[in-house]
Design a binder for this molecule. Structure first.
Ligand code: AMP
Length: 288
């Protein structure tokens, strides 16, 4: 395994893999502090592709001033050890200056999808995500790129970006990996103290209560959101940022769900830590 820090080296390595060796490339973009959620993506990339590249880059442009960019957990040594065990071929770990050279001034905005939910609370977040993903896909030109359903809105933004800009990569979305308590794995869980971590399991309990109500025939979006909200509110440490019930593809707010595929997405704070999670109901392909 090689750790690559330079854009140019990364481009030339992946060009060689594609052209001279005619091998397929899978890219798993991450911000590091790897956990089993990330590793589920790496495992699938390993299964589907000849060469696996994991990028580890805490992307400054997707953090707003005052967010946790500086204190975001970073441990490249540990991440490298884990990825070696997973038989990854390359880690791409550029510095911010390498990714955003002097006078960097070109950004990618996915309009509409970027402004709701997370985008509403974190203006500029998806512009940062779309920009860094475009750069990564252009440097590496992977056949497949792997993302987690945990970041539901991000998956929609990236699918739209890849389609609109005709990028030659297939986007693969994989299910959310959870702790036994139901808490979705996240690098930010490291910020939680023991009580908060325990309390945070309320998020998934609330989502599954809404899922049960849906299974029993509830088709009113406002009522489903109410079930999630009132369940989360039973936990005194939880402070809700938003609970939304939308069309799973367009993020259009839904009241009557009918037979639409529905995304229930939430953001909840525990102390200083902001967690997001979601469930998709009535997915047409049967996946979770
Ligand atoms: P991050 O390092 O948080 O930017 O995440 C990198 C990738 O891992 C993104 O595509 C995330 O959606 C995905 N990911 C993060 N947490 C999970 C999880 N619990 N289950 C599945 N995928 C995840």
């Amino acid at each position: 395994m090689e750790i690559i820090n330079r854009r140019q080296r990364m481009s030339s390595v992946s060009r060689k893999v594609r052209r001279e060796q005619d091998r397929t490339i899978g890219l798993v973009p991450t911000m590091g502090a790897l956990h089993d959620g990330h590793l589920s993506l790496v495992r699938e990339a390993r299964r589907l592709c000849d060469v696996v590249i994991v990028s580890v880059f805490v992307n400054p442009t997707q953090f707003a001033p005052g967010e946790d960019f500086e204190r975001y957990p970073r441990d490249l040594t540990k991440d490298t050890a884990v990825l070696t065990d997973y038989n990854v071929d390359y880690i791409f770990a550029p510095s911010p200056e390498e990714m955003y050279p002097k006078n960097f001034s070109t950004y990618v905005t996915v309009e509409g999808l970027s402004e709701q939910l997370e985008g509403n609370v974190r203006p500029g977040h998806f512009r940062g995500v779309a920009t860094v993903v475009t750069i990564l896909l252009n440097i590496i030109r992977p056949d497949f790129a792997f993302f987690g359903q945990k970041d539901a809105q991000q998956t929609l933004v990236i699918r739209r970006l890849v389609r609109d800009l005709a990028l030659d990569t297939e986007v693969v979305i994989l299910p959310t990996v959870r702790e036994a308590s139901g808490l979705a794995l996240s690098s930010r869980n490291a910020y939680l103290n023991e009580e908060e971590r325990h309390a945070a399991a309320i998020i998934y309990r609330a989502l599954t209560r809404a899922e049960s109500a849906y299974a029993e025939g509830e088709r009113n979006g406002t009522k489903l959101a109410g079930i999630v909200r009132s369940t989360v509110e039973t936990e005194p440490r939880a402070r809700i940022d938003y609970v939304s019930v939308t069309d799973a593809d367009t993020l259009e707010k839904l009241d009557k769900l009918n037979d639409r595929t529905v995304l229930i997405a939430v953001a909840v704070r525990f102390g200083q830590t902001r967690l997001i999670d979601n469930l998709v109901l009535n997915r047409k392909d049967g996946a979770k």
